[in-house]
Design a protein around this ligand. Structure first.
Ligand code: 5GP
Ligand code: MN
Length: 345
């Protein structure tokens, strides 16, 4: 038996909403990752199998290594199919908001979701959810939103709702959000759920290879370059920084997904507590990825210095400035958090 997470009251509310709703839209955050896509498609399959009229709209494309997920071709992208996406949001009775805690994380789709009269239902595992949602199922203890989808759909429909396709989507989300169960994954319920997913016939080793052994040669070349020439270690702070300018991204033919996981790698260095990756997506627009271990709260750094937030050990943000200015800001952040980075606790 799993420990209770989503309350019986919330399950009843969702059941009631689903009974009354004709049109359902599922949305997740921009630059969707394995958990965003996995949880969205898992819920999509379950609601569809329950006879619902449901669509998945994501703010923009996901990396190629997720394209094997069942029914990923059904996903609509807001940035390329705005008109149809707006229609869906505006005519929806319910919008499920998965794997984000602030509407603005849906990027350009956020104002349209805000404007829609649909009942907005949050299902998420990030701390500090905003109050923009009508029903809020926010559970930072969950390893992933995919774990929460498992809990929700089995509460609503029983274990039979978890088909082979659903199990593949849920496992992918759980696996990617925990670095293949290397972090945020010490609760026993995670493995009870995995046992059920295995019973549905998923091949977890194959899923691992499909996601993590599916990179291009250019990604490998990029890793070599980054580790050799771009990784800067701040020994005094147990911290590290990787920067990639827009020119460098072009030079290495970097495509979506190629820099995935890069920010985690410096944490493999003995004693390293905090890793930052600054990626200049467009000239003057810098995406910030932060990772930490143990108690160092990188979400506090993201909120204070990088217009962002996230989990304690995995967070991010965005800057509009030059790379030089961004690096200066990072140095400031290190000074500001020096005590937490260097304490011996
Ligand atoms: P990543 O480094 O993989 O892009 O993001 C890691 C985590 O940081 C995400 O799961 C999300 O929780 C959080 N995050 C990333 N970017 C932002 C942002 O711009 N704003 C907020 N609030 N959180 C972010
Ligand atoms: Mn997640």
């Amino acid at each position: 038996m799993l420990e209770e997470m989503i309350s019986i009251n919330n399950i009843a509310t969702v059941r009631d909403l689903l009974d009354k709703s004709g049109r359902i839209v599922i949305v997740s955050h921009k630059n969707p990752d394995g958990d965003a896509v996995g949880s969205s498609l898992a819920l999509y399959h379950c609601l569809k199998n329950a006879g619902k009229n449901v669509d998945v709209v994501l703010p923009n494309a996901f990396p190629e290594f997720l394209s094997w997920l069942p029914s990923s071709a059904d996903v609509l992208f807001y940035d390329t199919e705005k008109e149809r996406a707006c229609e869906l949001f505006m005519s929806a009775d319910v919008i499920f908001c998965l794997d984000f805690n602030l509407l603005s994380r849906a990027g350009d789709a956020a104002p349209v979701i805000a404007e829609s009269n649909a009942v907005k239902v949050l299902l998420d595992h990030h701390p500090f959810p905003s109050d923009e949602f009508c029903v809020s199922m926010s559970h930072p203890d969950a390893c992933s939103t995919s774990e929460l989808v498992y809990r929700l759909v089995t509460s609503l429909y029983g274990i039979d709702a978890v088909t082979y396709d659903v199990a593949q989507c849920i496992y992918t989300g759980m696996m990617t959000d925990t670095g293949a169960f290397a972090y945020a994954s010490t609760r026993k319920d995670i493995y009870l759920i995995i046992a059920e997913l295995l019973a549905k016939g998923i091949d977890k080793d194959k899923i691992y290879r499909r996601v993590f052994y599916n990179y291009s040669l250019s990604r490998m070349r990029l890793l070599g370059y980054v580790m050799n020439e771009k990784l800067k270690v701040y020994n005094k702070y147990n911290a590290s920084l990787i920067t990639l300018t827009h020119d460098e991204l072009m030079r290495f033919y970097v495509v979506k997904g190629d820099t995935e996981g890069l920010v985690n790698m410096p944490l493999q260095i003995k004693g390293m507590r905090f890793s930052c990756f600054l990626r200049e997506e467009q000239p003057g627009k810098i995406n910030v990825s932060l990772r930490s271990v143990d108690d160092f709260p990188c979400n506090a750094v993201a909120a204070k210095f990088f217009n962002g937030g996230g989990h304690k050990n995995a967070s991010g943000g965005e800057l509009r400035c030059t790379m030089k200015e961004a690096v200066e800001l990072f140095s400031k952040a290190l000074q500001d958090f020096k005590a937490e980075l260097t304490d011996n606790g």
